[in-house]
Design a protein around this ligand. Sequence first.
Ligand code: ADP
Ligand code: MG
Length: 259
Amino acid sequence: MTLLKVAGLNKRFGGVIAAKGVTFELEAGDMLAIIGPNGAGKSTTFNMVGGQLRPDSGEVLLADKPVSGLAPRDVWRRGIGRTFQIAQTFVSMSVAENVQMALISWHGRILSFGARAQTLYRSEALDLLDLVGMRDDADRPVRELAYGDVKRVELAIALASAPKLLLMDEPTAGMAPKERSQLMDITATIARQRKIGVLFTEHDMDAVFAHADRILVLVRGEIIADGKPDEVRANARVKQVYLGDMGVAAAMRARRGRA
Ligand code: ADP
Ligand code: MG
């Protein structure tokens, strides 16, 4: 059974068409990247899948059951998780406690007022931290961590709800290239092991082409290409409207770097 089916999603903001007939599928265990220039409609598409935005028309099906129109929390309950930045209020808590809080929330446990999540789901939290390579840092406050390590904790938190599908909208924004490919490596390994489908966006084309099983190219709300990395790389329209632009952008960045 196909994990995710997105069929004919349309979304308009006033005069802007942010999504036009967006249609694609994602299999369990696969990494699917959505790329496209700024304003192409990537976040709009993510938010329609995650329930943050209601499409004007079209449908989102998770394991053949419709989830479009449900509230974000209900979409999450059905098995669509996403990475969120750790809230400022939680940075004083330890790494493990942050993951324990996510597990408590997922399992619907209510803590007595003022209690801390010291023991509940501790071993499950440590297992998730092991998965993302952060177990040794379990008892450090999050505020002490390097940025790339915080991102790995955010991934462990997203995994606490055992999602079938994980949405990652620019997960590596602001990260150094090495940390970036590390995070994508870990994500790809976990996706394959646990048969989680991952839908992600990413500005770094090297990271996209290295980690995606399939790539969708979105331009002005429309999918202009959908295929394996090699197919997308060779697609004439993609080269023309998108990778061409990116080539120019990369060249300008490189020039600024040298100046
Ligand atoms: P991307 O994530 O690919 O950069 P977005 O999905 O954020 O693109 O935006 C697609 C288009 O829709 C852009 O033109 C953007 O300005 C517009 N847009 C996105 N969200 C809103 C909104 N809430 N209100 C009005 N316009 C929006
Ligand atoms: Mg965006």
